[in-house]
Ligand binder design. Structure first.
Ligand code: ARG
Length: 457
């Protein structure tokens, strides 16, 4: 397919140049937005009297025809075209002749591509946000079923204090809520129409940019034409927000992987969402979680690609910027693919509550509560801490737990102890007493679930 810029060139383009220069293999996914953008542009050109209304109508009909034909499969995108913009404009001209050639009046591929990416990515943000909401809802429902499921909370991967599985899940819900918020914020800044920036210096035609913005659902128009064509902050911001989504999914995956091991056995994944080994018949592997953890690297890589591509480019458009699309599309596709598999994996996993409770019983995770009990009796916290530390050492020596250590031993370390201590260190009570906002008590977790669900609606 011929280039749009043939005029001053005397020779045919070398095949190597065309292959290297072409972006249609990855920008073809913007075909619909490219046509929608062109329809809005043509509508405005007609309304502003820049081209005849009758010609603008013909162009719009022609573009709608191309859209219908691509949708129905009647028209195949020509992969030898330089890019999707060239293909659509070429097809329009093939269909309409002279009239088709008027579409590109007062427009450059530079502002056109800046428009198309924004339109595509706005939709992707909506799709990813919907998928995140699905996952958050699954977490809320699982949390609802596990408000009483005591498990050890960890620091340094050492058992630390008692929490519930619901509380643990709602920590991920909190992270994902922030991700949602970040995506909405990225979309806000992305939602600015660059069309009208021309190649770099705007245009002498009396464009109605606000009209195009309204037709295409943009909140505003870009303030500076150089920036309008060469800003890719929005891709970087999106890749950054998506990188954080992947950080969160990856941390969660790591925990799922550990929890599936015989060493933990806190959860069992559904057969439909785990895999086996070709040699070891006993194996049931958490491949989805491992792949999600692994694929986080791709998305961080995409972010690095975008930052690196952009950092040294003089204003305004440079061809380097064509590299934006593969990176940001890969980030978007990877996150969607991960969420598609991750959400049902979590939804269908079985929580092995008894194993969590057994793990909670070991590891002295009620030691802080034991110290707090002495604080309640008037002892300064540091002294209470030391006394409890001695008790833990004693338990380790004797192979006991704080629950099974006889009262005499308690009293020998500190005479403020009485038999009420056993109640104070009861794990269920330790959790129930953590009523502070954000804590693991049933009431507090219910509030977390309620507030989270409010955001989802
Ligand atoms: N395929 C190009 C890109 O994605 C479209 C813009 C071309 N502009 C130009 N001045 N060559 O960046």
């Amino acid at each position: 397919m011929a280039q749009l810029w043939k005029g001053r060139f005397k020779k045919e383009l070398a095949k190597e140049t065309n292959d290297f220069n072409s972006s249609i293999s990855f920008d073809c996914r913007m075909w619909k937005e490219d046509i929608e953008g062109s329809i809005a542009h043509a509508t405005m050109l007609g309304a502003a009297g820049i081209i005849d209304k009758s010609e603008s109508d013909k162009i719009i009909d022609g573009l709608n025809g191309i859209m219908a034909d691509i949708e129905s499969g009647k028209l195949k995108i020509d992969m030898s075209a330089e890019d999707i913009h060239t293909f659509i404009e070429g097809e329009l001209t093939a269909r309409l002749g002279q009239t088709g050639k008027r579409l590109h009046t007062a427009r450059s591929r530079n502002d056109q591509v800046a428009l198309d990416i924004r339109m595509v990515l706005k939709k992707e943000i909506d799709e990813i946000s919907a998928k995140l909401k699905e996952l958050i809802l699954v977490l809320c429902n699982k949390a609802e079923e596990n408000k009483n499921t005591i498990m050890p909370g960890y620091t340094h991967l050492q058992r630390a204090q008692p929490i519930t599985f619901a509380h643990h899940l709602m920590a991920y819900a909190a992270m994902l809520l922030r991700d949602l918020d970040r995506l909405a914020d990225v979309k806000k800044r992305m939602n600015v129409l660059p069309l009208g920036s021309g190649a770099l210096a705007g245009t002498t035609y009396p464009l109605k940019r606000d009209m195009v913005a309204e037709l295409l659902g943009f909140d505003d128009i870009s303030a500076n034409s150089l920036d309008g064509v060469s800003d890719r902050d929005f891709c970087i911001e999106l890749a950054s927000a998506l990188s954080l989504v992947m950080v969160h999914l990856s941390r969660f995956s790591e925990e799922i992987i550990m929890w599936c091991s015989w060493e933990f056995k806190f959860v069992e994944l559904d057969d439909a969402f785990s895999t086996g080994s070709s040699i070891m018949p006993q194996k049931k592997n958490p491949d989805i979680a491992e792949l999600v953890r692994g694929k986080s690297g791709r998305v961080f890589g995409d972010l690095t690609t975008l930052l690196t591509v952009m950092k040294g480019i003089a204003l305004a458009y440079n061809k380097d910027m064509q590299e934006d699309k593969e990176a940001i599309f890969d980030a978007v596709d990877t996150v969607k693919m991960c969420l598609n598999a991750f959400t049902p994996m979590i939804d269908t996993m079985t929580v092995l509550k008894d194993n969590m409770r057994l793990a909670a019983a070991k590891g002295f995770i009620n030691a802080t509560d034991c110290a707090d009990y002495l604080v309640g009796k008037g002892l300064p916290f540091r002294d209470a801490y030391k006394a409890t530390g001695e008790l833990v050492a004693l338990c380790i020596d004797k192979g006991l737990t704080l629950e099974t250590l006889p009262l005499e031993e308690y009293k020998a370390v500190c005479d403020l102890f009485d038999d009420k201590v056993y109640e104070a260190i009861n794990l269920e009570k330790c959790v129930a007493d953590r009523l502070v906002e954000g804590g693991p008590s049933i009431q507090s977790v219910e509030k977390q679930i309620e507030n989270t669900k409010k955001v989802l609606n």
